[in-house]
Design a protein. Structure first.
Length: 446
């Protein structure tokens, strides 16, 4: 480990020297990020530039933690920034495609998983590893789509965009972590990616929310990055609306998880919970912090958070402290500089299509190039895989520099009824079969 305590006056990234690297250790059960010393940044890391690699290691990737994959995977601990502008460190897992010639320039995709939990068991840097115990983590299933990106011949950066504390729903900082993860991947000598590589963003649901923050912030925070397109799948455009929509339903665990996470980011919200939630409600929020996403949803089916309060829920939501939280976590305050593809189901039981309509219109009115696929038939869960062929083709066009013909494109024809969807799904099925059986993922573009 590099000790940096005597270098407090340095400001350039060179002071950190060559970051230490750990070679691949096979069949080792990974520690949870909250217990793994790899995630502890070295002393003085705060003086490094954002995106500086602090240490790295090679790891094994496995589907569901059980089926090992023949994929080259390297994890980077890097310096980034939280929502208050304070330095922190987090990890991205970078996967490299097969069949790449030395010196060849190929695209880099930053894929944001739907972590949707506070527990570090759901972080991609843990859940995607061999022998990880992450039952109920949505992240593990997303390896199927990540593998499709690898089959295109792209490198894939998969950041822990919630940070080491699992601060789901916090504004701005997912964008910092994603963009700094890209910087780290491009600067890593071990990965040998081209600094001029075109870059894409892709995420769905909670991953779409994180991707939207990066798309909105990249022009100001990381203008040197050549981000050519961002795919925002069902992003959570308005957390306040989504909370009201889901509380007391089968999916009430999701808004409860967000509240538990945001209480750490917003001290005034934490005080409101202490003052107005009863002991049972406070215990529930504490318990949620250790649960995977699906476990939390199952444990809180049809629970109404208002039942744990000493005042009507709507009165609490209308207080300045809570209203401030929901106002500052809204997307749309800034306009993405890269072209964006927004994918949203009209009949989405989780994310209100009206919120995404507002977001798409705000982006377009601000001058962004927006392609909006407003699917008239699909629902939330199935639209992600069904829209993957369209997403991969759209990203391929952006990487190739093909122009967009219109400023705002709206499509309503259901993805499920598009013949090209099934041609793409057939290829994705082959890739999925290879992942499930542990076969090598060769290059197989759509």
């Amino acid at each position: 480990m590099v000790e940096l305590g005597n270098l407090a006056g340095a400001t350039r990234p060179e002071w950190i020297g060559r970051p230490p690297h750990q070679e691949l250790q096979r069949k080792v059960r990974p520690l949870l990020p909250c217990d793994d010393p790899f995630y502890e940044p070295p002393a003085g890391f705060q003086h490094a530039a954002p995106g500086t690699v602090l240490r790295s290691r090679d790891v094994e990737v496995a589907f569901l933690g059980l089926i090992p994959q023949s994929i080259t995977a390297t994890q980077l601990l890097y310096r980034t920034t939280d929502m208050n502008g304070d330095p922190e460190a987090t990890v991205t897992t970078v996967l490299l495609p097969a069949e790449v010639a030395p010196g060849q320039t190929y695209p880099l995709l930053s894929y944001q998983c739907a972590i949707d939990a506070i527990s570090s068991r759901c972080f991609p840097s843990y859940a995607l590893r061999r022998r990880a115990k992450a039952l109920g983590s949505l992240t593990q299933l997303e390896l199927l789509l990540i593998s499709a990106a690898l089959a295109e011949g792209w490198a894939v950066s998969i950041p822990d965009h919630e940070g080491i504390k699992g601060l789901w729903g916090a504004p701005y900082e997912p964008g910092y972590r994603i963009l700094d993860g890209i910087r780290a991947a491009l600067s890593s000598e071990r990965l040998a990616l081209s600094p001029s590589a075109p870059i894409g963003l892709w995420g769905y649901s909670g991953g779409g929310l994180a991707s939207a923050w990066a798309a909105e912030m990249c022009g100001e925070y990381a203008p040197e990055l050549d981000i050519v397109g961002a795919v925002l799948g069902s992003p959570v455009g308005d957390l306040g609306h989504t909370f009201r929509r889901l509380n007391g339903t089968l999916l009430s665990g999701l808004p409860a998880l967000v509240v538990a996470a945001l209480a750490h980011s917003y001290p005034d919200l934490g005080k409101m919970i202490e003052e107005h939630a009863n002991a049972e409600g406070q215990a529930l929020l504490r318990d949620l912090e250790t649960m995977t996403t699906l476990t939390a949803v199952i444990r809180t089916v049809n629970k109404d958070l208002g039942d744990y309060l000493d005042e009507p829920l709507e009165d609490i939501l209308s207080t300045p402290a809570v209203a401030h939280v929901f106002e500052t976590t809204k997307l749309g305050a800034a306009v993405p500089t890269p072209p964006v593809l927004i994918v949203q189901a009209v009949h989405d039981y989780l994310i209100d299509v009206d919120d995404i309509d507002v977001l798409a219109d705000a982006y377009s009115a601000g001058g962004a190039d927006v392609t909006y696929h407003r699917d008239a038939f699909s629902e939330h869960m199935c639209l992600h895989p069904l829209s993957a062929p369209m997403t991969l083709r759209w990203l391929t066009d952006r990487f190739a520099g093909r122009p967009l013909t219109d400023h705002l494109i709206r499509t309503k024809w259901p993805t499920m009824f598009n013949p090209m969807t099934y041609a793409g799904m057939a290829r994705l099925a082959v890739i999925a079969a290879k992942v499930i059986t542990g076969m090598r993922i060769g290059r197989r573009p759509l």
